[in-house]
Design a binder for this molecule. Sequence first.
Ligand SMILES: [Zn+2]
Length: 421
Amino acid sequence: MSKNTAVLVIMDGLRRDAVSPTRTPNLWALRQGGTWFARYRSMFPSATRVVSSSTATGCVPATHGLAGNSMALLDEEGRLHPHDAGAPDFLAARRAMHGRALDAPTLAERLSGHGGVVICSNVSPGAALAHDPNRAGHLFNRVVSHAPGQALEPLSDITLSIEGDRLITERFIAEMRSRRPALGVLWLGEPDATQHASTPGSDSCWEAIAAADERLGEVVAMVAEWRAAGEHVLLLAGSDHGHETVEGVIDVQAELEEAGLAPGAEHGLVTLSNGSSVMVHLAPGRDPAPVLEFFQAASWADEVLEGERLRRLGQRPGADGLLCIVAMRRRDAPNAHGLPGLVLVAKPATGKPDRLGCGQHGGLGASEQSAVMLANGPGFSAAECDIAASPIDLAPTIMDFLDLRAEGMDGRTLYRTEFPA
Ligand SMILES: [Zn+2]
């Protein structure tokens, strides 16, 4: 029996409308011989750490528990603790509080004993660890790295940049060649990093997209070699979310204070920017009505997702005190380079505020939700598929390809041809 290998390449932040024969020639060539998911969507929030954990588990945040790029944890005494889920110690803090880093098993855990995984992630350490918080496989990142059961020296010479992506791709290919795992995941930091620092559609963004596509080409060459030797390789390539262009920054914290709503963990109300969405956590005992009324009346809010609507978007209302997620106002108008999608963002509590005219994501806007996915390899013919697929469908597809059972996942294998609408 010939060897089955699955390879997933994510170009972080690549919008679907950026894919073209000239801008992304390697992705385009793969598309000619694979299945293109024309309605592929991101998660909600459309944020890297949420998509990373959903990709790793095949589950929505309601099931795995990583609800936002920034989110609060609720302790047993009913106190809220705001966290940046990109920090290297976030999942350890969640484990300490809730007993588990994630509430669903990861591909790294499921494939331990079935060939193992190699994950190279050039985004935040928290997002990298979301693939394998319990050290079941091999994981490489500039801040955190491990082999099964043991820490490794992090790749501290690698930066979040085009050059860093080049180096981590080199490392990925070397690890894949020497370890020959059942699954390899390469998660590039570009074009996300460049798009956050300049206007989507600018020359520097196109350069970052071209560079990410070149990295994909390097992986395609490795895959082609293995296929020529008679091996079965499934190549999944795409992105985690797109980007919108920031047209305004809202200081939600300040507006809550002005309205007399006393935000802050000490008052039992934590709001956390996820770019173009806001996570709102409320401690038990505090009245949700005035908080919901405030957001529903805010001119900068598009939608206040709570209750059943929030549940349908894959979130669990009440978990860690989650009251609602606010999707910020956006419109289809073009930015300075003619790319559609202008959005308001929430000012983050710490760190640099978002810059006007730069890229951002996190909400439900068309350009941030329009992520990329194509499947190339056995069982995927050259076709366009319009099922409503999303990152939770990748893990079941990979398990299906490897002939392994995938119980307990929310997603469906993409080898199915019919999906619910
Ligand atoms: Zn991302």
